[in-house]
Design a protein around this ligand. Structure first.
Ligand SMILES: NC(=O)c1ccc[n+]([C@@H]2O[C@H](COP(=O)([O-])OP(=O)(O)OC[C@H]3O[C@@H](n4cnc5c(N)ncnc54)[C@H](O)[C@@H]3O)[C@@H](O)[C@H]2O)c1
Length: 343
């Protein structure tokens, strides 16, 4: 690798400027190339960070770079990722890394052969409040973990490349598995395609983990959200989680930037189980700037390449593992039964 790794960002759509700004904070503009078939996207990228190179076809940028950052529609990820890996390029692949587990397994096998670093774009793993929650939960701050619930929903455009499961539920299913330290054993999922477009606009998933921890994730585009979305222009969404354990609970409203810890346990007295409160207080954690969060993800990626160590949010956990849960969710929704997550 040269002093500064040379980066090819493939795709400059809604999330494109956030990634490009993040890269511009890590490497010089002359180390950056953006590929997008849309001329307006290439012009916008070139105007945003003067000095970068732009190409219409990502294949034309592959030879001259060290790493590839893919943020194109999900159904294009596998082909671009497979070619990048075959060319020996390190790979950052936005969520959902692939359409299904079969594609993820294929990429895993290819990456093992060439030895490149592959990291997924799982935003919440680098979000200051989610990281504070992870540290608190793993340190036993809510006692024994019991229930995780999340709402990632609101009035926003239904993307053409995927439904609410792959596009939205993926975030909190990953976050909850990371918090629980395990992959769910079963999923019961209900979805609806009210728009008749072939993908769900409402998805409700209940996940049960081997330890007995339960999680529920609500996603969709037909229920009201509460805040202007920081990533999708014009959307009004809610991104909230509540995590409950034997000794308390934590709730985060990611859009409102609030995080509150409740110290509470149920005790048996006078024939009843009653909550015994020991106070609620805000937890201090930085506000999240999307560019700073993505910059943290990408800085980790570069660090893992330099040190030849496996990244957090790697292909095994966030590619194959997450896709196995999402595949089970789709099987459950299709059959109306509880689906077992494949090992
Ligand atoms: N982590 C997050 O919080 C987050 C947020 C938004 C999007 N994403 C993910 O990022 C990816 C892109 O999302 P988006 O909202 O920017 O999508 P988008 O549809 O707005 O933009 C996709 C861009 O890719 C371009 N494109 C399509 N095929 C291409 C190809 N073969 N080569 C080069 N460019 C190509 C399109 O012209 C378009 O400009 C998706 O995987 C999405 O799930 C992640």
């Amino acid at each position: 690798m040269t002093t500064h790794p040379r980066i090819l960002q493939v795709g400059y759509g809604a999330f494109g400027a956030t990634h490009l700004d993040a890269w511009a904070g890590l490497v010089p503009a002359t180390a950056l190339t953006v590929a997008d078939p849309r001329p307006d996207a290439r012009a916008a990228a070139a105007a945003r960070v003067p000095g970068i190179a732009v190409v219409a076809d990502w294949r034309d940028g592959l030879a001259a770079v060290d790493a590839v950052d893919v943020l194109t529609p999900t159904d294009t990820h596998h082909a671009i990722a497979a070619a990048a890996i075959a060319a020996g390029r390190h790979l950052f692949l936005e969520k959902p890394m692939t359409v299904d587990a079969a594609e993820a397994r294929d990429l895993e096998a290819r990456a093992a052969r060439t030895g490149v670093t592959v990291q997924g774009g799982l935003y919440f793993r680098f979000h200051p409040k989610a990281r504070a929650l992870h540290a608190l939960v793993r340190a036993g701050g809510v006692g024994r973990l019991r229930f995780l619930q999340g709402k990632f929903a609101g009035f926003k455009r239904a993307r053409g490349d995927s439904g609410a499961l792959l596009n939205d539920a993926v975030h909190f299913i990953d976050l909850f598995g990371w918090l629980a330290g395990e992959r769910p054993a079963t999923v019961h999922c209900v979805t609806r395609d009210h728009f008749g477009r072939g993908s769900e606009d409402l998805a409700l998933a209940t996940l049960v983990y081997p330890s007995g921890v339960v999680a529920h994730v609500e996603t969709g585009y037909i229920q009201p959200g509460r805040w202007p979305d920081t990533v999708v222009p014009g959307a009004v969404t809610s991104k909230e989680v509540q995590v409950s354990g034997s000794e308390g609970a934590v709730e985060i409203d990611f859009a409102a930037e609030t995080m509150v810890r409740h110290r509470v346990r149920h005790e048996f007295a006078d024939g009843l189980w009653r909550p015994v409160f020991a106070g609620s207080a805000p937890v201090a954690a930085e506000a999240a700037d999307p560019v700073a969060v993505v910059r943290a993800e990408l800085a980790h990626f570069l660090d893992c390449i330099a040190r030849r160590r496996p990244p957090d949010a790697g292909l095994a956990e966030c590619g194959v593992g997450l896709a196995l849960v999402l595949d089970a969710a789709r099987r459950s929704a299709a059959t109306g039964t509880v689906a077992r997550v494949e090992a």
